[in-house]
Design a protein around this ligand. Structure first.
Ligand code: ZN
Length: 255
């Protein structure tokens, strides 16, 4: 028993410097993130603060850097803005357009109904989903690993702080995920200004094809719903479906 405790203690001692190295590298990444936050619009920096953990914050910061000057015009509505939009002629036009697609779909596919989620996705909800989605976590972990490798490069040590921050921003903006994350960074989802609508196929109150990543091939493509929804949306103000990430239920809306 004593011997086992001894081994555990030795292993812990050997691992301690490694853990400290990881912690201090994360500290360095958090410092870069703070510099990036300082260069962002206030509401974007505020959203970044509410994202959990360095990996997910890196992933969101990348999206904000890439959005650049369009951040402000694309920024998701607040709950108040969503409520006032719900009383606008634009919203009535969106509902009418959705009804048209639904009627067409239902006449082309007797027995089935088309459900459209016509609620804007608030910034708050986007943050919760981004913080808890496992696929977002996996993409963020990949970025995190590569960011640690990036800043460990010898060239960073030779740069002054401003140059190092600039270089790290470039690394983030240029980074490409192996597969696109299934959610946009909080604040820049097309759902945040109702520029995107998700559809579902229903039959007798039960969902036949849902908005679940991972079911696109099995529940949408194979039974033909992807093409049938496209056929119903043809000639409307909806464009889609989304190709990256592949979401046969997601259509962009141009008022
Ligand atoms: Zn969507």
């Amino acid at each position: 028993m004593a011997r086992r405790v001894g081994i555990v203690a030795v292993v812990a001692l050997l691992l301690a410097p490694l853990q400290m190295a990881v912690a201090s590298a994360d500290y360095a990444l958090d410092e870069y993130l703070q510099h990036i936050a300082d260069s962002l619009p206030e509401k974007t920096a505020e959203a970044l603060k509410q994202i959990h953990g360095t990996p997910r914050r890196l992933l969101a910061a990348r999206a904000y850097l890439r959005a650049g000057d369009t951040l402000d015009s694309r920024w998701s509505w607040t709950t108040n803005e969503i409520q006032s939009h719900a009383r606008s002629p634009e919203y009535r036009a969106l509902l009418a357009e959705t009804d048209k697609v639904r009627a067409r779909f239902e006449s082309q596919n007797p027995g089935y109904t088309l459900y459209a989620n016509t609620e804007a996705r608030s910034l708050e909800l986007q943050i919760v989903r981004f913080n808890t989605n496992p696929s977002v976590g996996r993409v963020a972990a990949t970025l995190h690993r590569q960011a640690l490798v990036e800043i460990a490069g010898a060239s960073y040590a030779s740069l002054d702080q401003a140059a190092a921050v600039g270089r790290f921003k470039q690394f983030l903006a240029d980074w490409r995920p192996p597969a696109a994350a299934p959610l946009a960074a909080p604040g820049i989802s097309r759902h945040g200004q109702l520029r995107a609508i998700d559809f579902q196929i229903m039959k007798g109150g039960a969902i036949v094809a849902a908005t679940d990543t991972g079911t696109a091939e099995r529940n949408w493509d194979a039974p033909g719903w992807t093409k049938k929804l496209q056929a119903a949306a043809q000639g409307s103000n909806f464009r889609g479906p989304l190709q990256s990430p592949y979401e046969p239920w997601h259509y962009e809306y141009d008022p």
